[in-house]
Ligand binder design. Structure first.
Ligand SMILES: C[S@@+](CC[C@H](N)C(=O)[O-])C[C@H]1O[C@@H](n2cnc3c(N)ncnc32)[C@H](O)[C@@H]1O
Length: 248
């Protein structure tokens, strides 16, 4: 029953063309209501004095339209808390970082560095201001690197990493990002995790020989808050069994 409902939502959401004359305003309206409701319950911006809530759409050639909505802070915290980090060794990379909500939440974990990659200059500048404003006592990493660029062109550093994706782009860009990650892991085998929230194109991760699925989670009736967690390991597929310890 839930699976049929999930598939229906998936088909409907894939049909939603944000360039379309009818569905675009409907989707935008839905997202506005949703994120403002979530802000009322979580009060992320209200607590931290940041500006991460309002959706934003930008249309630009040749990349087309792109759409910002923040991920839900409690969902990010829940999934990041399950990843066994070596403190101050991992880099957190959010591809499609928007106004920076996920970067700010990640900074409450002991990352060595936090990287945000965003195509829109407008959103990139808002994220820069948010990063300056955000300094709660719970913050464990304040080393941010924000870059305004296409995620498909990003070259991964050699550090162990957590790659975070909140429904940022379509299949083509995701395939290029995963191909770049695979090449980087081949050149420098190391621990790596991929968190994909609202995973429309999960098959791209599933088909990657470098990645193993560890778990999925999030409320079934909220596809935008569902997530999957994949891992790569320097010691090959057998260590995926060790990782299975964190799987549900
Ligand atoms: C759904 S928002 C995610 C925001 C943020 N990651 C979070 O969790 O709050 C997706 C973001 O991806 C950005 N984006 C879309 N295509 C991109 C690309 N090719 N390279 C970098 N950013 C991109 C959009 O501008 C938008 O800000």
């Amino acid at each position: 029953m839930f699976e049929a409902y999930r598939q229906l939502l998936k088909v409907l959401s894939l049909c939603l063309d944000i360039n379309g004359p009818l569905l675009s305003p409907a989707l935008y309206l839905f997202e506005c209501v949703r994120v403002h409701y979530e802000e009322r319950t979580e009060a992320f911006d209200a607590r931290f004095g940041t500006d991460t809530t309002s959706p934003f759409v930008e249309r630009r050639e040749p990349t087309g339209a792109y759409f910002y909505v923040p991920s839900k802070a409690s969902v990010i915290r829940r999934v990041l808390a399950t990843i066994p980090l070596e403190p101050n060794e991992f880099v957190f990379v959010d591809m499609g970082s928007g106004k920076g909500r996920a970067l700010l939440v990640a900074s409450e974990f002991p990352y060595a560095k936090i990287v945000g990659i965003e195509l829109s200059d407008h959103l990139h500048q808002i994220a820069q201001a948010n990063v300056k404003r955000f300094a709660p006592p719970s913050q464990k990493c304040a080393d941010f690197e924000l870059r305004c660029m296409n995620a498909a062109d990003y070259v991964f550093s050699d550090a162990p990493l957590v790659l975070f994706l909140f429904d940022p782009f379509g299949r083509e860009v995701l395939e290029r990002v995963v191909a770049n990650l695979e090449a980087s892991l081949r050149a420098t085998p190391r621990a790596a995790y991929v968190v994909y929230v609202c995973p429309h194109f999960e098959e791209v991760l599933r088909h990657s020989p470098a990645l193993t699925k560890l778990k999925e989670g999030g409320p079934r009736w909220q596809p935008w808050n569902q997530y999957v967690l994949y891992a790569a390991s320097p010691r090959g597929p057998e260590s995926a069994e060790e990782h299975a310890a964190i799987a549900i």
